[in-house]
Design a binder for this molecule. Structure first.
Ligand code: NAI
Length: 399
């Protein structure tokens, strides 16, 4: 029996994939759980599905002996200790492309709204005022959009922005092929001084923490706009608040925050609240019906392929194998320390248990090796326990 626990309101398309594949012990939660309840909810779980708010750290993972795989039903995976997971023999899967378009559309929409100061005007009309003015309102056409992080989402934003008549510059640490008429710039400071709208599409983590700090924000063109729908740590929020209040920055759209509320009833604690011409959204850049359905299906399919056949193609932390059709009577997934003689030891053990190896695929990554072995012979619980007991073994399962 495989126990699958899904948090954070993962789309029903995921459950459909699991049920169709014959997995029927599926527990779902509508939100993330506080850390003191998470461990209990995960007890006995073989598969866990999360989005961005559930943190799976080393301490928690080491308490979950049955865990076989983790699905991040989103793009980012830095909410999981990936190294701790692979050292436990647990692959982590995500959906790197399913919500690219949703984020890109939202960013372009926000750029246009902020250039026209619509958030501020909308609030004034709701309050009963009719401030009809063209002051500070601009077309997107002919303005320059600056994209920091020209990956899947950044490059898609560039394509949409060009369709709206914007010029597109981008800055990336890697050499990236420009799409459309976009131009690369290597100096971040010069880039910031040239663009009317800056939009951030870099990954989270140490390298990008406070990428937009007080100095970078000061280097932005006076009256320009900042959009962040990447990760909350990328922008120094107090510095942005000061720049908005001084008028150096004319508007901002922030979808992600250094600390985000854990539930819908908890208010966002941010100095940006109440500042005019600022759009604040609750980390919904990728949250559309289309993307959630795609993500649910994409990640559940990857988990299913791992459970059913050992496939790890697309895993973010694990040796990747796209296995061929099963050839023997049984398929054994063996995750071991990547040390000399590991495969010899595995083959000898299988021989001792009377198993004949029909085919075998191996891949290694860092400290971990992963072997899929199709065998003829009787694979009893004792055989699996015997393989598990060997000192090189990290995990061993039958598909
Ligand atoms: P990606 O990996 O395709 O692209 C990231 C790009 O940033 C790469 O081209 C990389 O070379 C570049 N980069 C890394 N460090 C950099 C630095 N210091 N300076 C300049 N460029 C740098 O990622 P993708 O799929 O485009 O996602 C981008 C971000 O959007 C991620 O942080 C992701 O977590 C976030 N995201 C947010 C969503 C939301 O709901 N707001 C939904 C989906 C993704």
């Amino acid at each position: 029996m495989t126990r699958i626990v899904l948090f954070e309101n993962i789309h029903a398309s995921a459950k459909e994939v699991f049920v169709a594949a014959g997995f029927d012990e599926i527990v779902t939660y509508a939100s993330a759980l506080p850390p003191d309840q998470l461990g209990e909810a995960l007890r006995g779980a073989h598969v866990v599905g999360i989005r961005s708010r559930t943190h799976l750290d080393q301490a928690l993972l080491s308490d979950l002996p049955d865990l076989r795989a983790i699905g991040c039903f989103c793009i980012g995976t830095n909410q999981v200790d990936l190294e701790a997971a692979v050292l436990k023999g647990v692959p982590v899967f995500n959906a790197p492309y399913s919500n690219t378009r949703s984020v890109a559309e939202m960013v372009l929409g926000e750029a246009i709204l902020l250039l026209r100061r619509i958030p501020e005007k909308n609030a004034r009309v709701h309050e009963g005022f009719w401030d009809k003015t063209a002051e500070g309102a601009f077309e997107a056409r002919g303005k320059t959009l600056g994209i920091i992080g020209y990956g899947n989402i950044g490059s898609q934003v560039g394509i949409l922005a060009e369709a709206a008549g914007m010029r597109v510059l981008y800055h990336d640490i890697d050499a990236k092929l420009p799409l459309g008429n976009a131009h690369a710039t290597s100096s971040l400071k010069r880039f910031l001084s040239q663009v009317d709208v800056v939009t951030l599409h870099v990954p989270g983590g140490k390298e990008t923490t406070n990428l937009m700090d007080a100095e970078a924000i000061a280097a932005m063109k006076p009256g320009s706009i900042l959009i962040n729908a990447s990760r909350g740590t990328v922008v120094d929020i107090p510095a942005l608040t000061r720049a908005l209040k001084s008028g150096h920055i004319a508007g901002a759209a922030i979808d992600v925050f250094p600390t985000e509320p854990k539930s819908r009833d908890e208010p966002l604690d941010s100095p940006l609240r109440g500042i005019s011409n600022v759009i604040l959204t609750p980390h919904i850049g990728g949250s559309t019906q289309e993307s959630q359905e795609n993500i649910g299906r994409e990640v559940a399919e990857k988990l299913k392929r791992y459970l059913a056949g050992g496939a790890t193609k697309g895993a973010v932390n694990f040796p990747e194998i796209a296995p061929h059709e099963q050839t023997g009577v049984a398929r054994i997934l063996h995750i071991h320390q990547n040390v000399p003689g590991a495969m010899g030891a595995l083959s000898n053990l299988m021989g001792e248990f009377g198993l004949n190896i029909v085919s075998q695929q191996l891949q290694t990554r860092g400290k971990v090796g992963y072997a899929i072995t199709d065998v003829d012979g009787e694979v009893t619980d004792q055989v699996i326990e015997g393989l598990r007991a060997h000192p090189i073994t990290i995990r061993c399962d039958l598909t």
